[in-house]
Design a protein around this ligand. Structure first.
Ligand code: FNR
Length: 387
């Protein structure tokens, strides 16, 4: 039977029998406000902000509010099974850490801290191409912890192949290809502060340490950082990608491939037709298309279209155990956590990420139990009503 994540509650209440207050709130919906107090304005808004008027950031939360859990009684949910396996990766609960770049802007320990916290709990971490730490250093920090790699797809095939080979060699198991950020959205929170972390050299660790990328430069990134930064940005933005070019990734990656940023059932079908293994129903946390639908509203249609052909994962707006439960009930195989762990990192580095994750898993475990489910496998649309 699964580890009792809900036990974190007892740990907090009972420590020394008088209890010990947690590092910071156990309520993830409060973390944004408290992160604003520990971060400078530029990095805070880079994390909290979204595209345009932030209508999609709000829509992501509103979509969760429209579904309600219907608790069932006397089901003997004393023992619960939360563990699952997604695309060959076993995990203690259907939760992964979403790829979030430039973690150095919120804490000096950056992705290493996240990797250690995730590995200690066995929660898979998805490393971003826009990380502030190299592929190899994060692998070392993560030790035996499960890890996946997220690709921002470079136009240069040699650079792309080189990055994929490094990730494979360093033990990243599944490739997550993000499709929704082929150019940066209009983001007033960042524009008003003229702040883009990449232009300060943050989030460049992977290309700057890549031999194929370095071979293209006349001067090394250490000698001429601005030219190297602009060269890289040019390489990961643009419209030259198409469905038929996914075969290139298949040739260079022998593990599972998941497309992230899918919102339309037809795109999910195309992913299946292209031989992909999974999709992440995601709108990048409302950071790309302002006015787009809440990601949870896109989930049932995608599950209906391809749920029997692909693993359907979900992100955008997941904050609480109830949110995870709702996404699973609507057919997601697992969910990705984004901003909340960045706020944990900002508050207290590795311990902060661990606290956020343990709080979320405890909340999920207890909500599953109290709503009468003994296992995540028992969740279905019948666990919910739409209000
Ligand atoms: C992201 N996200 C993201 N996605 C990705 O594929 N590669 C990346 O490098 C990043 N970077 C990134 C930075 C920051 C600061 C944020 C907040 C998000 C998107 C991320 O993986 C995920 O889709 C969203 O975070 C989900 O939304 P919520 O739940 O965090 O609101």
């Amino acid at each position: 039977m699964t580890e009792r994540f809900g036990g974190y509650q007892n740990e907090i209440y009972l420590q020394g029998l008088g209890g010990t207050k947690p590092l910071f709130s156990t309520n993830p919906t409060l973390l944004e406000d408290s992160a604003a107090k520990v971060l400078e304005s530029e990095p805070f808004w880079y994390v909290a902000g979204g595209a345009g008027a932030m209508a999609t950031v709000r829509a992501n939360r509103e979509a969760f509010d429209r579904w309600k859990i219907v608790p069932r009684m006397l089901t003997d949910a004393t023992e619960r099974e939360l563990a699952t396996t997604v695309l060959g990766t076993p995990m203690p609960a259907p939760v992964l850490l979403a790829p979030v770049g430039v973690q150095s802007i919120v804490h000096a320990d950056a992705e290493r801290a996240t990797a250690r916290a995730a590995a200690a709990l066995g929660v898979p971490m998805i490393l971003s191409t826009a990380a502030s730490t190299t592929i190899e250093d994060v692998a070392e920090a993560s030790g035996d912890g499960p890890r996946w790699f997220q690709l921002y797809w470079p136009t240069d095939p040699d650079v792309c192949a080189s990055i994929l080979a490094r990730a494979k060699k360093a033990g990243y198991r599944t490739l997550v290809v993000t499709l929704d950020t082929w150019t940066l959205a209009w983001r007033p929170c960042d524009l008003d502060q003229a702040y883009l972390p990449f232009l300060h050299g943050d989030g460049m660790a992977i290309p700057f340490s890549d031999p194929a990328f370095r071979a293209l430069l006349d001067k090394t990134p250490e000698e001429d950082a601005p030219t190297a930064i602009l060269r890289w940005i040019g390489m990961v933005t643009g419209t030259d990608k198409s469905w038929d070019r996914l075969s290139f990734l298949r040739e260079h990656w022998d593990g599972p491939i998941v497309l992230k940023g899918i919102q339309h059932p037809d795109d999910a079908r195309r992913a299946a037709d292209a031989g992909m293994d999974g999709v992440v129903v995601s709108n990048h946390g409302g950071r790309q298309v302002d006015g787009a639908l809440g990601s949870l509203d896109a989930l049932p249609g995608v599950v209906h279209a391809v749920g029997d052909r692909l693993e359907v994962l979900f992100d955008s707006g997941v904050r609480t155990g109830a949110d995870v439960l709702k996404a699973l009930a609507l057919g997601a195989k697992a969910v990705l956590i984004g901003r909340p762990y960045m706020y944990g990192l900002a508050h207290a580095g590795e311990d902060g990420v661990r606290h956020v994750l343990r709080s979320l898993l405890a909340d999920l475990d207890l909500t599953l139990a109290l709503s009468g489910h003994r296992s995540i496998a028992e969740l279905s649309p019948a666990s919910l009503v739409r209000s």
